[in-house]
Design a protein around this ligand. Structure first.
Ligand code: PHE
Length: 445
């Protein structure tokens, strides 16, 4: 299985961890996790989420990274390399479509974050209660801007483009979040929020909570659409897959919990509704910034870093699709990036209009969701990632073989030998069965 020549590789294992953590950490942690937790009852959701991360997502993560490293290819090429000329290739194409689908609305929300940053910088948000509602023109503009930024980074190639950004700016985001958390915790009544977020009320756990928790775990860890596979393909044969995967999970989960600690104390102290939905962080954070000395500057800095965190995620989404056209079709990188970016722009226009309050498809409801952006998020961000992860498990079990997968992971990890049987049990039984059950519920079977 010779890898195509001329592909990039991380300059070090740390480069991979930071870039993969950069893919994982994004709006999923800071925007989506708090609002889904808010809708699903707080502590109960958090508990189920943590269980899903460890029992379902982590095993899938190791499988996905190791398949990438073993084949050194993009999703389509990886399935092809293991079993040429079979229908498994379709799974690769589904991964590409999913990447494009997620990118199309993710970049809209990321554009909104940039808009907040710019509004603070321009002094347009000063008080606490303002929910900045952009016009359709400005929403489209920021969406376009964000896509172009993503395109430019991906065009720069794996190391120059992705790694350099991730290394410098992720730690800064962490520090800023700590600052906001500390200020939020000092607000009167904040501790009610901490309790609500961390103390599970077991009665609140029902099927819906489990569904949203599992889907959120896949989304947040960028699993099921080939992002980790593609990033794993840039790992060298010396790197430790187990350790890399474990670090990504730890970082990603840590940031999600920190995001909750940043939002919920303020939700309670400032009397907001935790179940406010996708607008939650945009409603709550301005209130905290208004309470901070120099809050305007902190807000600018925070929204800037959140934009960067979103950028390292959109970069991974675009990189997956680009890697296919470069590896399999022999396109020059620049051509691939602009073509895919252009297609994403067209697909994203209705989401941008929806975000600006003009939903072109108000009458349409798909699987209980209304609003174009929510429908896209449900189809690609929930359904498709869960389905992709499920199929990846089947591919590992029946085609690639979990022995070979174990060898791939074990070849650089001495610790893995001790847990390899457990891992195989999870990938063979726990992951596919629970995903199948939850998927069946998701589509209402
Ligand atoms: N994990 C990213 C986030 O949490 C989103 C993402 C999903 C990125 C799937 C790539 C693939 O923001």
């Amino acid at each position: 299985m010779g890898a195509p020549s001329g592909r990039g590789q991380w300059s070090s294992q740390l480069g991979f961890v930071l870039a993969a953590a950069g893919s994982a950490i994004g709006l999923g942690n800071i925007w989506r996790f708090p609002y889904v937790a808010g809708e699903s009852g707080g502590g109960a959701f958090v508990l189920v989420y943590l269980i899903c991360v460890v029992l379902i997502a982590l095993p899938v993560m190791l499988l996905e990274i190791s398949l990438g490293r073993a084949t050194q290819r993009n999703p389509v090429g990886a399935f092809q390399a293991v079993r040429p000329g079979t229908a498994w290739r379709a799974l690769g194409y589904l991964a590409l479509l999913t990447g494009l689908g997620i990118l199309s609305y993710y970049a809209v929300i990321a554009g909104k974050v940039v808009a907040y940053c710019v509004s603070y910088a321009g002094g347009m948000i000063t008080g606490s209660a303002e929910l900045y509602q952009g016009t359709s023109a400005s929403t489209l503009l920021y969406f376009t801007l964000f896509l172009v930024l993503t395109i430019l980074v991906v065009a720069g190639g794996v190391q120059r483009g992705i790694e350099r950004w991730a290394k410098v700016l992720m730690p800064l985001l962490l520090i800023t979040m700590f600052g906001v958390i500390v200020r939020g915790l000092m607000l009167p009544g904040a501790l009610d929020g901490v309790r609500w977020f961390l103390m599970p009320e077991f009665a609140k756990i029902d099927g819906r909570v489990v569904l949203s928790a599992m889907a959120q775990a896949f989304f947040s860890l960028s699993l099921g659409m080939g992002a980790m596979l593609t990033y794993g393909s840039y790992l060298s044969k010396k790197d430790d897959v187990l350790r890399c995967g474990a670090w990504v999970v730890v970082f990603d989960t840590g940031i999600a919990i920190l995001a909750g600690l940043m939002i919920f104390p303020a939700v309670f102290a400032l009397s907001h509704d935790p179940a406010a939905g996708p607008a939650l962080i945009f409603q709550v954070l301005p209130g905290v910034f208004a309470e901070m000395a120099g809050g305007g500057a902190v807000a600018i800095f925070f929204f800037f870093l959140l934009s960067v965190a979103a950028l390292t995620s959109t970069v991974s989404l675009l990189e997956v699709v680009t890697a296919y056209f470069v590896d399999e079709r022999g396109w020059p990188r620049a051509k691939a990036v602009w073509a895919v970016g252009g297609a994403t722009f067209v697909v994203g226009i209705p989401s941008a209009l929806d975000m600006a309050g003009i939903d072109p498809f108000t009458a349409v409801a798909v699987v209980g969701q209304t609003g174009f952006l929510s429908i896209m998020d449900f189809l690609w961000g929930n359904l498709s990632l869960a389905f992709g992860s499920f199929m990846l498990c089947l591919f590992g079990i029946f085609v690639w073989g979990l022995d070979r997968a174990s060898d791939e992971i074990g070849s650089t990890s001495s610790v893995f030998h001790r847990i390899s049987a457990v891992w195989r049990f999870f990938v063979r039984w726990v992951c596919p069965v629970s995903i199948a059950v939850i998927l069946a519920t998701l589509v209402g079977l």
